[in-house]
Design a protein around this ligand. Structure first.
Ligand code: 4GY
Length: 220
């Protein structure tokens, strides 16, 4: 039996994760003891009575940066929960997330700690605690929360046992996890003149497989 995989998120907005962590796939994975999903509120590591987490950049410039001390302490706290965990920073400067990475991360035997930046960035010295920088795409979001949710979802669904019973054997034989889905149809056969492709109604499994393959996109 493999041990439970921990996914810890360091964020100023833990409430953003509630709906995502409670969706049926994530909920079942947790219930089955395959994964543990949790947030550390960066605010809890803030400095002083106002729990300050941000400050102005040295050298000048607009906006605020996440200070090193709260961020460092939050990462240390997460590592205390899961000493082998790898620390990932969500940043447009990171390596572009792709299906092959989701597959690789889903097969790891350790947990992950996701750092979600806010404001105009973070104190660069946090990189000393970071094992990897990942990006969901070449655009700038207001925070790393949406990327962290995207990345966690893409990993968890590939962990053995998570989607298990839900995939029919027929679908599974096409689903290598790297093939993006082919066009699919369900009832009715004819919706106000819009017909389902004939081959799908033919019952010829070989022809159907060929059609689906020809109409699939490969994830890169
Ligand atoms: N794109 N891929 C991304 C992002 C928000 C300010 C640095 C992205 O991963 N993260 O746009 N993140 C910014 C917010 C601090 C990260």
């Amino acid at each position: 039996m493999s041990k439970v995989r921990k996914f810890q998120v360091i964020t100023l907005f833990p409430e953003m994760f509630a709906g995502v962590f409670e969706n049926s796939m994530m909920w079942k994975a947790q219930k089955d003891g395959l994964v543990e999903l949790s947030c550390l509120n960066l605010r809890d590591f803030g400095l002083g009575p106002r729990r300050q987490v941000d400050d102005t950049p040295y050298g000048g410039g607009d906006g605020m940066l996440l200070m090193i001390e709260p961020l460092w302490n939050a990462v240390e706290a997460a590592k205390a929960n899961d000493p082998d965990a790898k620390v990932l920073l969500m940043t447009p400067r990171g390596e572009r997330w792709k299906q092959a990475l989701a597959r690789e991360y889903s097969e790891a035997d350790h947990g992950y700690i996701f750092i979600c930046g806010r404001y105009e960035g973070y104190d660069e010295r946090i990189l000393e605690l970071v094992d990897g920088e990942v990006s969901v795409g070449d655009y700038v979001l207001t925070g790393g929360e949406l990327p962290a949710m995207t990345i966690i979802d893409s990993i968890v669904r590939l962990i053995p046992g998570v989607l298990g019973g839900e995939m029919s054997a027929e679908i599974e034989s096409f689903s290598d996890g790297e093939t993006l889905e082919f066009p699919q149809y369900t009832r009715p056969e004819d919706f106000n003149g819009r017909k389902v492709p004939e081959v799908l109604l033919s019952g010829h499994h070989g022809e159907i497989a060929k059609w689906r393959d020809q109409n699939s996109k490969k994830a890169s």
